[in-house]
Design a protein around this ligand. Sequence first.
Ligand code: 5GP
Ligand code: ZN
Length: 113
Amino acid sequence: MNDCLFCKIIAGEIPSSKVYEDEKVFAFRDINPQAPVHVLVVPKQHIDSANDISAENLDSVAACFRAIPAIAAAEGLSDGYRVINNCGKAAGQTVMHLHFHLIGGCELGEKIV
Ligand code: 5GP
Ligand code: ZN
């Protein structure tokens, strides 16, 4: 996946502001933050989108959700946070490497759900 932006960030070929890393997960600050805390939680395994989650890569996805509470705590989000995944064009997915937006640090009042 040489052409994938997030694979390059995970490999350290493109710099990022890393906040967390383990064997299966890489998390870094969004370059265009939508809230005081806006972290992208990304499986190291390349998965195009939520449509491509399968039994074979589910452990990578689970590892993201295992990491999210720890990242949120480290970022001081004790009052709560939002986790968002955009899947596909109509949802506004711009990077085709599965990622979860971890957003918080302010009142997240305008709910879409
Ligand atoms: P999507 O729109 O696919 O759900 O989210 C992609 C996110 O990646 C956007 O919020 C965008 O700001 C972020 N992004 C795009 N390019 C870069 C980059 O080079 N570095 C970082 N840290 N974030 C990026
Ligand atoms: Zn990738």
